[in-house]
Design a protein around this ligand. Structure first.
Ligand SMILES: *[C@@H]1O[C@H](CO)[C@@H](O)[C@H](O)[C@H]1NC(C)=O
Ligand SMILES: *[C@@H]1O[C@H](CO)[C@@H](O)[C@H](O)[C@H]1NC(C)=O
Ligand SMILES: *[C@@H]1O[C@H](CO)[C@@H](O)[C@H](O)[C@H]1NC(C)=O
Ligand SMILES: *[C@@H]1O[C@H](CO)[C@@H](O)[C@H](O)[C@H]1NC(C)=O
Ligand SMILES: *[C@@H]1O[C@H](CO)[C@@H](O)[C@H](O)[C@H]1NC(C)=O
Ligand SMILES: *[C@@H]1O[C@H](CO)[C@@H](O)[C@H](O)[C@H]1NC(C)=O
Ligand SMILES: *[C@@H]1O[C@H](CO)[C@@H](O)[C@H](O)[C@H]1NC(C)=O
Ligand SMILES: *[C@@H]1O[C@H](CO)[C@@H](O)[C@H](O)[C@H]1NC(C)=O
Ligand SMILES: *[C@@H]1O[C@H](CO)[C@@H](O)[C@H](O)[C@H]1NC(C)=O
Ligand SMILES: *[C@@H]1O[C@H](CO)[C@@H](O)[C@H](O)[C@H]1NC(C)=O
Ligand SMILES: *[C@@H]1O[C@H](CO)[C@@H](O)[C@H](O)[C@H]1NC(C)=O
Ligand SMILES: *[C@@H]1O[C@H](CO)[C@@H](O)[C@H](O)[C@H]1NC(C)=O
Length: 606
């Protein structure tokens, strides 16, 4: 850069504008003037505590960086914008700037998280009767669309000492104590599991550390396939021709290029590989129909369709399977029918509830620790530990592994949804080789506490209007022997943690999920739908689908996606989130409804 340009930049930044862009405070969402921008620059928080928003244009489509979704609040929808809380925070505060987990009503600390987890969940492997493993894989994918893993990087890479002496004086270190009589670790000599406090607006220097901690994440808080397209524009993901994303080919199968892109597949590999290849499939279908389209036209339209495809599949198939289709219809989360739906409300901001990603973690109880592989004829072949994928996914590229693994998506059951058994890999070596031992579900509960959530009964009251004042009040919603366990762990029913309550609740009727999980997830699904100006079912958004195009999007299913791009898939059961069976027979892909891309034909092309 030459000097004139640098001085131009400095002057522009000093004015608080860059071209037609303005800086906003990521937390407050307010535009910043030059004095304020200079203050953030001076204390080195400009990159983390502000967001540069290019001037909004109401006719423009969905931005990769999520900004300008809400025209009145342009920064919302962007990265590092605030989560909201369904219920206000509840912390124990030894001093003005310390925020520790809530204490018991009768005083003192709650039972350690590992004790609660090991009491409620034993360890073992029991298959579910109905659900197939791809439902869990894609649930993880849709969760990482709106949250991220920097909290794990913090204790694995940035602070690799939380269980050591140095950890005792680092406020960020919050390791999990392992009780001396722990069923597993009394034999291993491990008394401490590494963990850190969530990264917050406070730890990033955006807010005073005397204010209530609020989690900060890089992910955009909207369903926009950010694991595929990034949270900010990343040109390196594109080939710049035919609208395609960059891939590598190994053994005649296509994968996202992780060697040159800063893309980590890890345990999220399934969703990333599938939706990455789905984008390229859609782009090539569009190119066939519209030979005159430019790279940008193909890319943007393929992205638009891929996001709609994912959202349709997530709401109408994945969540409908898990939470009950009729339940979602009755609660206005999915339509009973087809056609447009427009419930956009600009006064609702595109945000994620802090409770949502934590509650979703209940699904770790369904997580199987092994990745089972099958031949295409359905014969079982071998297994690979899923947790070891956190550090290495290269084996997927060897031989026909991806084909065998893909068969596993539709043939391997999830962990049983009705029992109280957790997979040993998930709760003993949850980060594979990155840690000696890691208990993902203990971390889930500990995070629930460090996020400062009120007790389970407060959420019951919020969701159902219950007034629970004693353990006996739980008999209608929790089995007797589980109540006995809660009594052994918590002195007062008001002490019970939100996630612990969800762990033991009896399931909601016609669903696989606990009622309080349902309530909090449903609330988020509703908000995401109502607050997203670019929601795919709207007829009045920029670049809206035509009625005929939306009718094609309605055909999006996991089965169709696997038929289009699944490695070696030529047949599949129609309801791929459920195991094959007598009412869900494996059929040829010819029988799975396919999207007709000629609906996107551009008359100026022919
Ligand atoms: C910038 O905004 C702050 C806070 O609103 C205000 O006090 C200050 O006067 C403004 N400075 C300029 C140069 O407009
Ligand atoms: C707004 O976006 C539309 C569609 O992308 C474009 O045609 C138009 O030129 C843009 N207007 C401005 C002022 O940038
Ligand atoms: C809060 O910030 C003050 C001033 O920067 C610092 O001295 C103190 O240690 C911080 N407290 C915590 C808990 O981080
Ligand atoms: C600031 O942002 C950068 C880039 O995202 C990140 O690497 C760094 O950890 C952040 N710093 C803090 C204190 O959050
Ligand atoms: C940096 O400056 C901004 C703007 O004045 C302020 O809001 C923020 O708290 C400051 N952060 C630190 C760590 O001083
Ligand atoms: C590579 O895969 C394609 C599509 O699955 C298939 O048509 C082709 O025959 C394969 N080629 C080889 C050499 O296996
Ligand atoms: C959905 O619509 C069908 C056909 O109109 C109807 O039979 C069914 O009861 C509806 N389902 C719900 C949950 O309303
Ligand atoms: C399925 O295919 C594998 C590998 O080709 C073969 O070893 C096995 O015998 C086949 N099983 C059946 C039931 O045909
Ligand atoms: C691929 O095949 C080679 C040769 O048979 C074998 O050594 C290797 O272990 C295989 N890789 C995987 C991941 O199965
Ligand atoms: C905690 O982290 C340290 C440093 O990375 C590591 O040596 C230790 O094994 C970890 N503890 C466990 C239980 O994994
Ligand atoms: C719970 O208590 C509130 C206020 O005391 C009352 O209005 C409500 O009806 C009670 N709910 C139930 C289910 O008893
Ligand atoms: C809850 O328990 C209290 C005390 O045992 C009792 O007075 C109350 O009636 C119970 N409420 C319900 C809804 O069962």
């Amino acid at each position: 850069m030459d000097k004139t340009f640098i001085s131009f930049l400095i002057i522009s930044i000093a004015l608080g504008v860059l071209g037609d862009s303005s800086y906003y405070s990521s937390f407050y969402g307010l535009v910043l003037n030059s004095t304020q921008v200079a203050e953030y620059t001076a204390n080195s928080t400009l990159a983390n505590c502000t967001i540069l928003v290019e001037a909004c244009n109401s006719t423009e489509g969905r931005r990769i960086d999520g900004t300008c979704n809400n025209l009145n609040h342009p920064s919302y929808g962007g990265t590092r914008t605030p989560y909201y809380r369904i219920l206000s925070a509840s912390y124990y505060k030894p001093s003005k700037s310390e925020f520790e987990p809530r204490h018991a009503v009768g005083g003192g600390k709650l039972s350690v998280s590992r004790k609660v987890r090991t009491t409620i969940y034993s360890e073992g492997r029991v298959d579910d009767e109905n659900l197939s493993s791809i439902i869990n894989h894609l649930a993880v994918f849709f969760a990482t669309d709106i949250t991220n893993t920097r909290d794990t990087t913090n204790y694995v890479t940035w602070r690799p000492y939380c269980c050591k002496e140095a950890g005792k004086t680092d406020y960020a270190c919050t390791p999990n104590k392992v009780p001396a009589d722990d069923y597993v670790h009394r034999f291993s000599g491990i008394h401490c599991l590494n963990m850190t406090r969530p990264l917050t607006f406070q730890t990033s220097g955006c807010l005073a550390n005397t204010t209530t901690p609020l989690r900060i994440v890089d992910a955009t808080p909207i369903l926009d396939l950010s694991p595929i397209y990034g949270n900010t524009v990343e040109p390196a993901r594109r080939t710049n021709s035919s609208g395609q994303l960059v891939t590598v080919t190994a053994n005649n199968r296509t994968f996202p290029d992780t060697s040159t892109l800063k893309l980590l597949l890890g345990i999220n590999f399934v969703g990333i590989i599938l939706f990455w290849n789905n984008h390229n499939f859609i782009a090539s279908e569009l190119a066939t129909v519209n030979p005159c389209w430019t790279d940008d036209q193909l890319f943007e339209t393929a992205r638009e369709i891929n996001i709609a495809y994912g959202t349709q599949m997530f709401y109408y198939e994945l969540m409908a399977t898990l939470m009950g289709k009729d339940n979602l219809i009755n609660d206005g989360i999915i339509l009973n029918g087809t056609g447009f739906r427009d419930v956009y409300n600009s006064s609702v901001l595109p945000q994620i509830a802090l409770e949502y990603p934590v509650v979703l973690r209940w699904m770790h109880s369904l997580q199987d620790g092994e990745l089972r592989m099958y031949y295409t004829n359905g014969t079982y072949k071998s297994t690979f530990p899923i947790v070891d994928l956190t550090s290495n996914t290269d084996f997927l590229k060897e031989n026909s592994t991806m084909d065998y693994v893909t068969q596993g998506f539709i043939r391997q059951p999830t962990g049983n949804s009705k029992d109280y058994i957790a997979d040993p890999d998930i709760v003993q070596r949850g980060l594979g080789g990155l840690q000696k031992s890691n208990d993902i579900m203990t971390n889930d509960l500990a995070k629930n506490r460090y996020f400062g959530f009120q007790g389970y009964i407060s959420y019951r009251n919020y969701c159902f209007g219950d007034n629970i004042t004693s353990f006996d009040n739980l008999t209608d919603i929790i089995d007797e022997e589980r109540i006995t366990q809660l009594k052994s762990l918590y002195a007062n029913v008001a002490d019970v943690d939100l996630l612990a309550g969800i762990w033991v609740e009896r399931k909601k009727a016609d669903s696989y999920v606990p009622p309080t999980f349902y309530c909090i997830v449903a609330e988020q699904l509703k908000r995401s739908l109502v607050s997203d100006r670019h929601w795919y079912e709207r007829s009045t958004r920029p670049n809206a689908f035509t009625a005929a195009q939306l009718a094609e999007i309605r055909k999006a299913t996991a089965a169709r996606m696997l038929c289009d791009i699944g490695a070696g898939i030529t047949e599949v059961q129609p309801r791929a989130f459920e195991l094959p069976g007598s009412d869900n027979v494996i059929v040829s892909c010819d029988e799975i409804p396919a999207l007709n891309y000629t609906m996107w034909q551009d008359s100026t092309c022919t």
